[in-house]
Design a binder for this molecule. Structure first.
Ligand code: FAD
Length: 437
């Protein structure tokens, strides 16, 4: 008998679940609340250039996204950033982030010394990692606790938090090490020194591009996926918000944010609903500026990060046309600027015009931008980033155990918020509901 699967949510996790279910011979319906598929993925072209309003690339080393692109015939369209190096704002100027790092944990001394990011005292404290006895953790802990215990607070504030906090719109003191930096946890478990462990991990992962994206933008991946789903007989509906599971047929993949899932499961699985409601989210405003080419000093870097303790609105900015030359516009450069993180909603409270003016002022100060922008476009990702608090993976396991039969979860709220992790979770949810014959 054919299994019927309803997928609630047409973001990348839901679409990947639908794809996997179709491969397994299920009869599939996708229900998406908004009038657009892709969720956080949204290519919003400027004068034909495939500029992204949300994510701009996926990690190549976690194979799920690369593999999906292969299945959809998109491999030959994948491009990688033209430059990989990033800068960080520190002590009044932008300084290069050392290249030898794993998620902010230095794997070599020379780059850190040259970058000038750490004070002599901070360097000395970080070096203690090489001689300190092993300090095993008892269960999950925060990213700041794991790294700080070995390398000191400066490494946390000046290297790890700008990077890890930037990726997650979070705060290193609150984010779960097990859920957010499993590579560093593994390094710390396998070696007395976290630096030595991180160096081995980095060496093992070396080779090939780190990030990839379809040349026509990430929405091309969504578009191709939907096209193939429909060709395989799946029904894909937009403007179809689901507010109760009573009307939904067959097995269900819930691929919507955790708060929505909590509402949908409240009656049938109240314990799971309580745990789901406890997953917090952070909001981010992503502003895309275009400037005349000569207004922005040329830099051979993909962008820069701004540590939380600087008090600035900007958390990260990318020199987008340096990073992605195929976004080029005649005579103009594109800058993408993020503002807002867990516990910092200042940017979200400003209206668009004020936000643009304040961010421009900071770009003048931090990046030496001269002259005003040609255009500026604000995209607000309210509750865009789930926050994995300490103990997050245990919470997810408890939620999964409390789910009713025939219901599976997928998406950014659970086991990784990057695109590959969402694809992986979508496919795993479908595989759970539709075992292969
Ligand atoms: C600004 C930004 C930049 C990012 N950058 C990167 C990056 O560079 N690389 C990377 O790998 N990741 C990045 N991410 C993370 C990644 O994009 C997301 O975590 C991922 O796309 C989330 O996919 P999802 O399917 O879990 O959820 P979503 O994309 O949120 O999809 C959920 C869908 O469910 C729908 N929905 C909600 N409620 C209902 C309902 N009741 N009924 C029906 N449908 C409903 C929503 O409309 C939405 O379409 C970024 C995220 C943001 C916000």
């Amino acid at each position: 008998m054919t299994t019927r699967v309803t997928v609630v949510g047409g973001g990348i996790a839901g679409l990947a679940a639908a794809w996997e279910a179709v491969q397994r011979g299920a009869e599939v319906t996708v229900l998406e609340a908004s009038d657009r598929l892709g969720g956080k993925i949204e290519t919003a072209p400027i004068d034909g250039a495939p500029v992204e309003a949300g994510p701009d690339a996926f990690l190549a080393r976690v194979p799920a996204a690369v593999q999906l692109c292969e299945e959809l015939g998109l491999s030959s369209s994948l491009v990688s950033p033209a430059v990989g190096r990033a800068l960080v704002w520190s002590n009044g100027r932008l300084r290069p982030l050392p290249e030898a790092m794993l998620l902010g944990v230095p794997t070599g001394v020379v780059g850190v010394v040259r970058s000038g990011l750490l004070s002599p005292l901070g360097m000395a404290r970080a070096s203690l990692d090489l001689v300190l006895p092993a300090t095993p953790a008892d269960g999950d802990e925060s990213v700041a606790s794991l790294v700080g215990r070995r390398l000191g607070r400066e490494v946390v504030e000046r290297l790890v938090e700008p990077l890890v906090g930037g990726i997650n719109a979070g705060v290193a003191d609150e984010l779960s090490a097990d859920a957010v930096v499993p590579q560093i946890v593994a390094a710390a478990r396998a070696h007395r020194s976290i630096v030595v462990g991180a160096r081995r991990q980095r060496a093992a992962a070396a080779g090939g591009p780190v990030f990839l994206t379809p040349r026509d933008g990430l929405s091309a991946l969504v578009g191709r996926l939907v096209e193939r789903l429909q060709a395989a007989g799946a029904a894909v509906h937009t403007g179809a918000a689901v507010d109760s599971l009573d009307d939904v047929d067959g097995a269900v993949v819930l691929a919507v944010p955790a708060g929505q899932v909590a509402g949908l499961l409240r009656r049938r699985a109240p314990d799971a609903a309580d745990e789901l409601a406890a997953i917090r989210y952070a909001s981010v405003a992503l502003t895309t500026f275009t400037y005349p080419v000569d207004a922005v000093p040329r830099r051979e870097a993909s962008g820069f990060l701004v540590p939380r303790r600087s008090g600035r609105l900007i958390t990260a900015a990318s020199f987008a046309t340096t990073k992605w030359p195929h976004w080029s516009l005649p005579g103009q450069v594109v800058l993408r600027v993020s503002a807002g993180r867990a516990g910092d909603e200042r940017a979200l409270r400003l209206d668009d015009d004020t936000l643009v003016a304040r961010l421009h002022e900071e770009l003048v100060e931090l990046a030496g931008v001269g002259g005003g922008p040609v255009t500026a476009r604000v995209h607000r990702w309210v509750d865009g980033f789930p926050q994995y608090a300490v103990g997050h993976l245990d919470r997810v396991a408890r939620i999964e155990r409390a789910l009713p039969a025939g219901v599976a979860l997928a998406g950014a709220a659970y086991r990784g918020l990057g695109i590959p992790a969402c694809i992986q979770q979508g496919r795993a949810a479908a595989a759970h509901l539709v075992p292969s014959t």
